[in-house]
Design a protein around this ligand. Structure first.
Ligand code: 6PG
Length: 233
C-alpha cells in the first residue's frame, strides 16, 4: 500500500489536522449513508486528538465509535480503552455519539468473541475511518510480536471480524479487530508521535518479517487507498 506521511511541528497541530480530516470523512459518511462509523485506537497517544475531534461540528448522533482493540479490563480500570474514549472523545458535542464497546463484563475475551463479533456485524461497512496506533515493539491494534493468534488476526481467509488475542508484551488479554476489517476503511490512518516511533516506522518499512513487526501486515497490505501517517515530534 502507498504510505503518505504528514508531519506537523507540534502535537497540537497534528491533533487539529487529524481531527479536521476525520470529521470531514464522518460528515461524508453521514451525507451518503445517513450514519458514520469511526474505529479508534487506545493507548496514550490519541488523547489530544480525541479532545480536539470531540469539538467538531457534525451530527454526532449519527456516529458510532468503536475501538480497534481493547485490553480485557473493566471500565473502572485506567487501562480501559473504552474509558479513555468515554472520557476524552464522547464529551461536548460528541457526547451524543453511540459507543460500541469491545468489552463484555463477566466473560473472558475468548468467551465474548462471538457476541462482540455479532454486535460489530450490525455496523455499516466499510467503516468510514480507522485510526491505528503503533508501539515501539512494532505492534499495531493488538497484533503483537509473539501473539498467540497473530496469524489468524491478519489472515484475510480466516474470516474473523474480531478475535481474542494474547501476547507476552500485551499486558492483559486483549480483543482486536481483524486486519481485513481494518483495511476496508475509507480513511485508514496511523497516528504516531515522537522520534522513537518515527524510527520504528522506518524500520518497519524496511525488510524483515511480519512476525517480527506485525505493523508490517498493514504497511504491506494490498490496498488501493493509501495509509495516511500522521506524525509530530
Ligand atoms: O490498546 C492499545 O494499546 C492500542 O490500541 C495499541 O495498539 C496502541 O495504539 C499502541 O500500543 C500505541 O500506544 P501508545 O499510544 O500508548 O504508545
Amino acid at each position: 500500500m502507498t504510505i503518505r506521511e504528514h508531519h506537523y511541528p507540534t502535537r497540537e497541530a497534528l491533533a487539529e489536522a487529524l481531527a479536521t480530516g476525520v470529521a470531514a470523512v464522518l460528515c461524508g459518511g453521514i451525507a451518503t449513508r445517513g450514519q458514520a462509523v469511526l474505529a479508534v485506537s487506545g493507548g496514550s497517544t490519541p488523547k489530544l486528538f480525541f479532545r480536539t475531534l470531540a469539538k467538531a461540528d457534525l451530527d454526532w448522533s449519527r456516529v458510532t465509535v468503536c475501538l480497534v482493540d481493547e485490553r480485557w479490563v473493566p471500565e473502572t480500570s485506567d487501562r480501559s480503552n473504552t474509558r479513555l474514549v468515554r472520557e476524552n472523545l464522547l464529551t461536548g458535542p460528541a457526547a451524543s455519539a453511540r459507543l460500541e464497546p469491545l468489552f463484555e463484563e463477566g466473560a473472558s475475551a475468548r468467551e465474548a468473541e462471538d457476541e462482540v463479533s455479532r454486535r460489530l456485524a450490525a455496523l455499516p461497512r466499510p467503516f468510514d475511518a480507522v485510526i491505528l496506533g503503533m508501539g515501539n515493539d512494532g505492534h499495531t491494534a493488538s497484533f503483537f510480536p509473539g501473539a498467540d493468534r497473530l496469524a489468524e488476526a491478519i489472515d484475510p481467509q480466516a474470516g474473523h471480524r474480531v478475535l481474542a488475542i494474547g501476547a507476552p508484551g500485551a499486558g492483559e488479554p486483549r480483543i482486536t479487530l481483524a486486519l481485513p476489517f481494518l483495511l476496508e476503511a475509507r480513511l485508514l490512518a496511523l497516528h504516531i508521535e515522537g522520534d522513537e516511533k518515527r524510527e520504528t516506522l522506518q524500520k518497519a518499512l524496511a525488510d524483515g518479517t511480519v512476525a517480527e513487526m506485525p505493523v508490517r501486515s498493514v504497511l504491506r497490505a494490498p490496498r488501493e487507498e493509501p495509509l495516511q501517517v500522521f506524525w509530530a515530534p
